[in-house]
Ligand binder design. Structure first.
Ligand code: G3P
Ligand code: CA
Length: 240
């Protein structure tokens, strides 16, 4: 079962920062997951929330601030004093870090609240610029956004994110059409996911930080999990 560092190694570093992704880049794991939004001046930035309030010393919506304004804030000190100085990364900054590794990059388009018109084209362009098209998985809870990606770049792997249980994930996902299914931990244990696994649809599960849960998911045949602490799962899954 593959492991993806969720927002980087977010258990030990400030989430979605270069520090968290650099730590992940040194681990023997399948890949990383990150979240993207668009700034007021049309730049792609990596951050989870629509606002910078929770993970920086500033306030405001990403969509209302320019990249220069966003970079004036600190994205590390909220986590621990010794991370002071972390800046908000652009998508390009993170991709650059992984150009020389083998890791897969799961880019989540955070278009579920604000549509960020044109974000799909911007992401596809940035990925192509770094020649990482074959290593990227683009996911979103906004399946219309995913559909746009499929129409613009059908050669990029896409994954539909689900917060809820569907009775038939596979048939629904084929209507987008997306290549893979990303579900929450409780949903992973539902009958409908066992059914989707029988159809050989790639299934990845968020967010798995407990080794016992990871072992159960591995037994089920789940293809990958997103974890905040990849080293803990690496250790737990390989111990006798
Ligand atoms: O992509 C999996 C997971 O990250 C989705 O939920 O809220 O952590 O972005 P969230
Ligand atoms: Ca995410």
């Amino acid at each position: 079962m593959d492991l993806f560092a969720h927002r980087g190694v977010s258990a030990h570093y400030p989430e979605n920062t270069i520090a968290a992704f650099y730590a992940a880049s040194k681990l023997p794991i399948a890949g990383i997951e990150l979240d993207v939004h668009v700034t007021a001046d049309g730049e792609l930035v990596v951050i989870h929330d629509e606002t910078i309030d929770r993970t920086s010393n500033g306030t405001g919506y990403v969509k209302d601030l320019t990249l220069q304004q966003l970079r004036s804030y600190d994205y590390g000190s909220w986590c621990a004093a010794h991370f002071t100085g972390e800046r908000i990364p652009t998508l390009g900054d993170v991709l650059e870090l992984f150009v020389a590794t083998q890791h897969r990059i799961n880019i989540e388009l955070k278009t579920d609240i604000f549509p960020y018109e044109g974000i799909e084209a911007l992401v596809i362009k940035e990925v192509a610029k770094h020649q990482m098209t074959e290593r990227v998985i683009i996911s979103s809870f906004n399946h219309e956004s995913l559909q746009t990606v499929v129409q613009m770049a059908p050669y990029i792997e896409t994954a539909a994110l689900f917060a809820e249980v569907l009775v038939d994930f596979t048939t629904y996902t084929a209507t987008i059409p997306a290549n893979a299914i990303h579900v929450s931990l409780p949903t992973a244990f539902k009958k409908s996911i066992a059914f989707a696994l029988e159809k050989n649809t790639p299934i990845r599960v968020y967010t798995v930080n407990d080794v016992e849960h990871a072992k159960q998911l591995q037994q089920l045949g789940i293809h990958a999990v997103f974890t905040d602490d990849p080293q803990a799962l690496l250790d737990g899954l390989t111990e006798e």
